[in-house]
Design a protein around this ligand. Structure first.
Ligand code: GDP
Ligand code: IMO
Ligand code: MG
Length: 430
């Protein structure tokens, strides 16, 4: 067996897409297992920028089959559009498989996402507005629509009728809104169903048999560990299992079949949406990080909140995921700072701790205890080996590794596929 799960160690956008693309170079399967089109994963090959929301980014590598597994919530309109955008690149539908157990994201999910956010006012989560929470809520409440039902015209028609009777009552009576049009939805979504039907299969069997016969698999995690529904900064989280264990839950293969867990963390921190963020910077340093890192959301275009690296968080998420290696990405963005700070501990109610509190009220009181390190001014974006980095950058990486308590296996020094410094070739090769 040789497979790896790639997960975010912060609040998302850690450059999982770039690392998944690298690992997929000699993979057979690449598998999305959680979340939906709230994710935005970027890969830069030469001058071309590719952004994916549901289809796994590893598909760009030759010989790779992409799988959208059970744990995903799938917006058929978005997937149909992604399939159309791949066709001119010679990537056909036959390279993509979808589990019949995925839950289908429908117009009422997006509507409820936005109604709920608006009604929360200043207490809003800051969701991507893609309907993710309501779709997972329906799944957990056992009233959702699965892909296997969606692609069967008679079952879809009957289920749509039953679901809309309830949803329209809530829309009109609770929110005072206009009811959704059953016939129009059926007409539009039946077309997507026809388009996606040939891709639907038993993906758990496909993945098990691939793993069992020694094929190479990359599990492409979405979001970040602190957005995990159980282990993140609840309620300022998404609605899926973002930690590495999600790869087992969301695909139907056992945890003993997963070999490597590669955690991705930026060399600093970002967050999109609301919720506590102890090392957030509100000054010109934060602005400079946002500018140099081009920190604007891949999915919604929102400016990302920026701050120094928080190793209380990365140590916690290294443990929650059982990382076997850590990718420290966007190191080049820290070029040009006289000093760089790294959060080594928190002070909470006068006590120093390195343990991360997941209760947001406690986390909101955490004051970062910083270590200050010398910065560097040299351009590092074409460095290929660790020894080529300026001494200050090498010291930063080494100190971060000590604080995280998990080995760093790769450094990101630029957006392009080839702008990585591999420190541990064994972990980074499937
Ligand atoms: P993901 O959601 O974790 O896949 O990350 P996103 O794609 O949303 O955001 C990461 C952004 O950083 C993208 O625009 C990438 O092209 C870019 N990126 C990835 N690695 C590096 C790096 O090492 N340096 C720089 N400067 N940019 C990077
Ligand atoms: P990738 O995979 C960054 C955040 C939203 C919001 C919260 C809940 O690209 O790293 P949701 O729409 O999921 O109900 O929003 O989660 N969020 C992300 N932030 N990157 C992501 O994905 C995210 N997916 C969800 O901004 O705060
Ligand atoms: Mg992203």
């Amino acid at each position: 067996m040789s497979n790896a799960v790639v997960i975010g160690m912060q609040w998302g956008d850690e450059a999982k897409g770039k690392i998944v693309d690298y690992l997929s170079g000699n993979a057979d399967l690449v598998v999305r297992y959680n979340g939906g089109n709230n994710a935005g994963h970027t890969v830069v090959i030469g001058e071309e920028v590719y952004k994916f929301h549901t289809v796994p980014v590893g598909i760009l590598n030759e010989g790779v089959t992409a799988v959208i597994a059970d744990g995903v919530v799938l917006d058929p309109a978005i997937v149909a559009e992604e399939l159309r955008s791949l066709a001119p690149k010679g990537i056909g539908k036959e390279k993509i498989k979808i589990s019949g157990n995925t839950h289908v994201l429908m117009p009422w999910h997006r509507l409820f996402d936005n109604l709920q956010e608006t009604s929360k006012g200043s207490k809003k989560i800051g969701t991507t507005g893609r309907g993710i929470g309501p779709c997972y809520a329906d799944k957990i409440s056992r009233i959702g629509l699965r892909m296997s039902e969606f692609i069967d015209p008679a079952r879809f028609k009957a289920k749509l009728h039953d679901i809309l009777a309830v949803k329209n009552a809530i829309i009109t009576k609770v929110y005072g809104g206009e009811p959704l049009d059953e016939a129009a939805i059926y007409a539009e979504y039946s077309e997507y169903a026809k388009e996606l039907a040939p891709l639907v299969c038993d993906t758990a069997k496909l993945i098990f048999e691939a793993a069992d016969s020694g094929k190479k698999i990359v599990f492409e995690g979405a979001h970040g560990s602190l957005l995990d529904i159980d282990h993140g900064t609840y309620p300022y989280v998404t609605s899926s299992h973002c930690v590495a264990g999600g790869a087992s839950i969301g695909t139907g293969i056992g945890p003993t079949m997963i070999d490597k867990v590669i955690g991705i963390t930026k060399a600093y921190s970002t967050r999109v949406g609301e919720g506590p963020f102890p090392t957030e910077l509100f000054d010109e340093i934060g602005d400079k990080i946002r500018r140099q890192g081009n920190e604007f959301g891949t999915t919604t275009g929102r400016p990302r909140r920026c701050g120094w690296l928080d190793t209380v968080i990365s140590r916690f998420t290294a443990r929650a995921n059982g990382t076997t290696g850590v990718a420290l990405t966007l190191l080049d963005v820290l070029t040009g700072f006289d000093t760089i700070k790294v959060c080594a501990a928190y002070e909470i109610d006068g006590k120093i701790t390195r343990d991360f509190p997941t209760d947001v009220e406690v986390l909101a009181k955490a004051k970062p205890v910083y270590e200050e390190m010398k910065g560097w001014s040299e351009d590092i974006s074409e460095c290929k080996r660790f020894e080529q980095l300026p001494e200050a950058a090498r010291k930063y990486v080494k100190r971060v590794e000590q604080l995280i308590e998990s080995p760093i296996c790769v450094l990101g020094v630029g957006r392009r596929r080839d702008q990585s410094i591999i420190l541990d070739h064994e972990i980074m090769t499937l």
